[in-house]
Design a protein around this ligand. Structure first.
Ligand code: SAM
Length: 241
């Protein structure tokens, strides 16, 4: 009798995420942090029938179970260094929400903004654009909300510690680039950069320019201490998946 640990099976994505995050750098660490971020979840054949979503619109939130497809071929280690601990201290991979895991599976709870046929509109989210979705489950408050739960080193949400200013050229760019394809662009950039996406080990180099992909845009910014300045926003064609 093979040991159950040898049990292997293949999973077929039931859907795919279309999100504003064109690359991993800069994506919030958990779904509810940047509320101005929206995403859609499009069901894929053979699940793409409205019947499969019947009644779902009665729930305010969903669990989305997905594949960390961009880290799937990255070797995992028994310990990881959570950014919440400054990127130095190690904890066990199963005591973390790291995307580098033996089975690269993510779990996010998101607001359900609406159901359009076989496309779900989601509020928040921490998904890279193109993320394969393995399953969707309705959030059931009586079962899923545990008021007495404690979260160790991740008990409180990370603080949006940065101030975010826009240069004149970035300001002007937003006026033309913000549209229904890129909703709440200014708010999204400000919310995102407030959470200090700069890697913990990055020294405070006032001249270093960072680039973050949002929608089909490249947002260039620099940071000194807690002050972020958005320098430039340019269209880049397809998002980098
Ligand atoms: N909420 C999920 C969970 O707890 O399982 C994900 C938490 S994980 C720390 C969130 C990070 O995963 C994001 O900041 C981003 O860097 C990364 N990520 C998101 N989508 C991904 C994908 N499709 N492939 C690889 N990494 C991804």
């Amino acid at each position: 009798m093979p040991h159950e640990a040898d049990f292997q099976f293949s999973l077929k994505p039931i859907g795919t995420i279309h999100s504003c995050y064109g690359e991993k750098f800069g994506i919030p660490r958990q779904p509810g942090l940047v509320k101005s971020a929206t995403a859609t979840l499009e069901l894929l054949p053979p699940c793409n029938t409205p019947d499969a979503l019947r009644g779902l619109d009665g729930f305010s939130h969903l669990w989305v179970i997905f594949l960390f497809h961009q880290s799937a071929d990255h070797p995992w280690k028994a310990t990881v260094r959570p950014p919440r601990l400054g990127g130095n201290e190690r904890v066990g991979v199963f005591a973390s929400r790291s995307n580098f895991r033996p089975n690269p599976i993510g779990l996010s709870v998101v607001e359900l903004l609406g159901v359009d046929g076989t496309v779900l509109r989601l509020g928040g989210g921490d998904f890279l654009d193109g993320t394969p979705v393995l399953d969707i489950k309705p959030y059931i408050p009586y079962a899923d909300r545990i008021p007495a739960a404690t979260g160790a080193f991740a008990d409180d949400p990370p603080e949006p510690v940065n101030t975010v200013e826009f240069s004149e050229s970035a300001d002007a760019a937003i006026d033309t680039l913000e549209n229904e394809k890129r909703p709440a662009l200014r708010q999204l950039i400000a919310d995102l950069l407030a959470y200090n996406p700069r890697p913990a080990y990055q020294v405070n180099d006032p001249d270093r320019v960072f680039g973050t992909r949002l929608f089909d845009l490249e947002v260039q910014w620099k940071q000194f201490d807690r002050a972020v300045q958005v320098l430039k926003i340019t269209e880049q064609g397809q998002s980098r998946k």
